[in-house]
Design a protein around this ligand. Structure first.
Ligand SMILES: *Cc1c(COP(=O)(O)O)cnc(C)c1O
Length: 369
């Protein structure tokens, strides 16, 4: 049994992927090939965003919009603490101490209520300028943008969506990647839409921003190749990854359907045995992870030991919230104790989740609870 089964997926698309990669090898435009533009058009179209920019990783897909929006030291950026560290890292890299916000335990996503409490704290107790909210679509589920947008509007803040795990998720018909002024997603191999190496993309509806994104992607390039007009990075995506992603994209919708079938089966099989993840009405998750909550830290350890010794791979996302990690515990702001983030970090664990998981394996897993 696999935690994420990339081999079964590869078997479905092997021939087409090999043809697509060979095509790149033949035309030789390893960087900036025609597959990049084709992918950008397809990605933008898919999530209903005006523009997409293919880039080197999910982390750079967040860093590029941050640079483009002109975030700097003295600004306050609000992000959840219960997330992969890259969400907070891009602020920290610009000399901005992240303001960590708590999560809702039902969805694992940013708590709108604690977001507002944190904004008030920054305004009343610090000399920082509140600028940006970075909600995360954790485990594939879009954050509560209805509420978060209202709060952002009230305090005149921009939203940068961390859709690294959420691309393809939805609220109603609106697709992740299109919430906020800009968004970044990741095509790291283990994400729901994964390349065969590092890759990512950012999204925006703003013509002004996309032009700055393009410039930042290549060292802050202006009209003249060697007169750079701003500070940028090397954030390009390799053409081979774009060619692979175009092939994977063809089966992506079907895979999201399969992931949802797998998740519903887990929900039924595990009902009454453990706290299963909740998806609110009108929301669609891509199930980047299927994450359950044990009763205590000891309960988690004993369940995970039992599952592992029976050949079921399991993992903890995330054992430490960012605000407790070595690099961040003295380099962040917190309005009040992040109780739910700490509660989750002690108790959550994730089960095998991929579109090719068989019902009989899920039955076997559920019997171990
Ligand atoms: C994976 C991930 C990232 C970073 O993506 P990379 O492609 O690994 O750089 C950022 N945020 C979240 C929430 C992630 O899960």
């Amino acid at each position: 049994m696999q935690f994420i089964d990339l081999k079964s997926q590869y078997k479905q698309i092997e021939e087409n992927v090999k043809l697509a990669v060979n095509k790149v090898l033949d035309h030789g435009m390893y960087v900036g090939g025609p597959e990049i533009t084709e992918l950008e058009e397809k990605l933008a179209d898919y999530c209903g965003s005006k523009y997409a920019l293919a880039c080197s990783s999910g982390t750079d897909a967040l860093l590029i919009p941050m640079l483009a929006m002109g975030l700097r030291k003295g600004d306050a950026v609000f992000c959840p603490s219960f997330t992969f560290v890259a969400t907070a890292e891009v602020s920290a890299m610009l000399g901005i101490k992240p303001v960590f916000v708590d999560i809702d335990l039902e969805t694992f996503n940013m708590s709108p209520q604690h977001l507002e409490e944190s904004i008030k704290y920054v305004i009343e107790k610090t000399d920082l300028n509140p600028k940006l909210v970075m909600p995360v679509d954790l485990f594939g589920l879009p954050a509560n943008y209805d509420e978060i947008q209202k709060i952002a509007d009230k305090y005149n803040l921009k939203i940068l969506e961390d859709a690294a795990q959420g691309f393809g998720g939805k609220i109603g018909k609106k697709v992740a990647g299109s919430f906020g002024q800009a968004a970044g997603t990741s095509f790291y191999p283990a994400k729901p839409l994964g390349a065969y190496g590092d890759a990512g993309a950012c999204f925006t509806d703003s013509e002004e921003l996309i032009e700055i994104f393009r410039s930042i992607r290549v060292h802050g390039m202006g009209g003249e190749r060697y007169d750079n007009i701003r500070i940028g990075i090397n954030g390009r995506m390799s053409t081979i990854q774009a060619a692979i992603l175009l092939e994977k994209f063809k089966i992506f919708d079907n895979e999201i359907k399969q992931r949802n079938i797998v998740a519903s089966r887990y929900n039924k099989l595990l009902a009454g045995k453990i706290k299963t993840p909740k998806v609110n009405d009108n929301y669609t998750s891509t199930w980047a992870q299927y994450t359950v909550i044990a009763e205590s830290n000891e309960h988690r350890t004993s369940l995970m030991d039992k599952l592992k010794s029976n050949g079921v791979p399991v993992a903890v996302f995330y054992p430490k919230p960012c605000h407790q990690q070595t690099a961040y515990k003295n380099y962040c702001h917190i309005a009040s104790k992040l109780e739910n983030s700490e509660y989750a970090a002690e108790r959550v664990f994730s089960l095998p989740m991929h579109p090719y998981l068989e019902e009989e394996d899920q039955i076997k897993i559920a019997e171990l609870f």
